[in-house]
Design a protein around this ligand. Structure first.
Ligand code: KMH
Ligand code: ZN
Length: 302
């Protein structure tokens, strides 16, 4: 089996500071977590920015630039900038930093959907910041908008014009058909790196048969021209990573996707999750890809 690419998603835009004291939100914390995750074996760092004063998810390019150069200098990992940002941000804002930074890799969400955060909101008893409670409660009437026109805007602006390649975030079967549509139109070129996303309320649940079906469908639509990776939000993070590794896929972990390291136990760092998934995949006979190997597998510009 080919080398396994470990992605670590450091902070995201779902969890809030009151949920864990270990969530990195300042530039220093994001750099420290990123360098440690890379050292532990992550070939790709999936990146969002936060307002350092409040910990609120931010699309401000200045907040990205406060950590990007230091990560680039401090490690060789692929720096993958989110274009999903947060569901409350407009696409134009979500794209501001990636358009300015022109990274070798970006995420791309392949469909419009609900993105509710009930389980996360229920976990918190005391809020540190005024923005957190309304932010989480607001998701019960929120649409995470990724229309075909939005997707085309990302593909042309970042792919065609800036040479980025993509982590295609697919939360449901329909998102694979959307990717096939853009492949048919020649707006994306293989090999596709497809991130199957499980456990977001609004997308598919973290059930093993969903993964086998997504792989079967991707095989039908893309033949051998794709690689898949798996992220499961919440408590199925590690079990589904293990299933992905056993099936020849790649894995994503990180505090964006789960704050825990075991049942009832907060992860103290992103690196801790990378170390754990690394031990799991190595026990299954897989060898983690270096950043250089990941670049070659994904066809990145470097
Ligand atoms: N937060 C994940 C469920 C993005 O950044 O583009 C999906 C994600 C989206 O990572
Ligand atoms: Zn993300």
């Amino acid at each position: 089996m080919s080398k396994i690419i470990i992605t670590c998603a450091l902070t995201g835009s779902i969890h809030t500071p009151s949920m864990s004291p270990h969530l990195p939100v300042t530039p220093d914390q994001i750099v420290d977590h990123g360098l440690a995750a890379a050292k532990a074996g992550a070939a790709i760092l999936h990146l969002h920015a936060r307002d350092p004063d409040t910990g609120r998810p931010s699309a401000d390019p200045a907040h990205f630039m406060a950590f990007l150069p230091r990560l680039k200098q401090g490690c060789d990992a692929v720096l993958n900038l989110s274009t999903g940002g947060s569901a409350v941000m407009r696409l134009e804002d979500r794209l501001a930093a990636p358009m300015a930074a022109a990274p070798e890799m970006c995420s791309l969400n392949m469909g419009t959907m609900n993105f509710a955060l009930y389980p996360m909101a229920a976990r918190v008893t005391a809020w540190q910041h005024d923005w957190e409670k309304p932010f989480l409660e607001g998701t019960d009437d929120l649409v995470f908008k990724n229309t075909p026109r939005d997707i085309e805007t990302v593909l042309t602006g970042l792919g065609r014009d800036r040479g980025a390649r993509f982590e295609f975030e697919c939360y449901d079967m329909g998102h694979l058909y959307m990717l096939a549509h853009f492949a048919d139109r020649g707006l994306v070129q293989p090999p596709f790196f497809i991130q199957f996303v499980f456990g977001v309320l609004g997308g598919m649940g973290p059930d093993p048969e969903n993964l086998t079906h997504m792989v079967r469908l991707a095989d039908k639509l893309f033949g051998g021209d794709y690689m898949f990776s798996v992220l499961a939000a919440g408590r199925m993070q590690m079990p589904m990573a293990a299933q992905a590794a056993a099936m020849g896929g790649h894995v994503r972990v990180g505090l964006e996707d789960s704050l825990m390291i075991a049942r009832g136990q907060l992860a103290t760092s992103n690196a801790q999750q990378v170390e754990k998934v690394r031990a799991i995949v190595e026990a299954l006979g897989r060898t983690p890809a270096t950043p250089a190997e990941a670049r070659a597998m994904l066809g990145l510009k470097g």
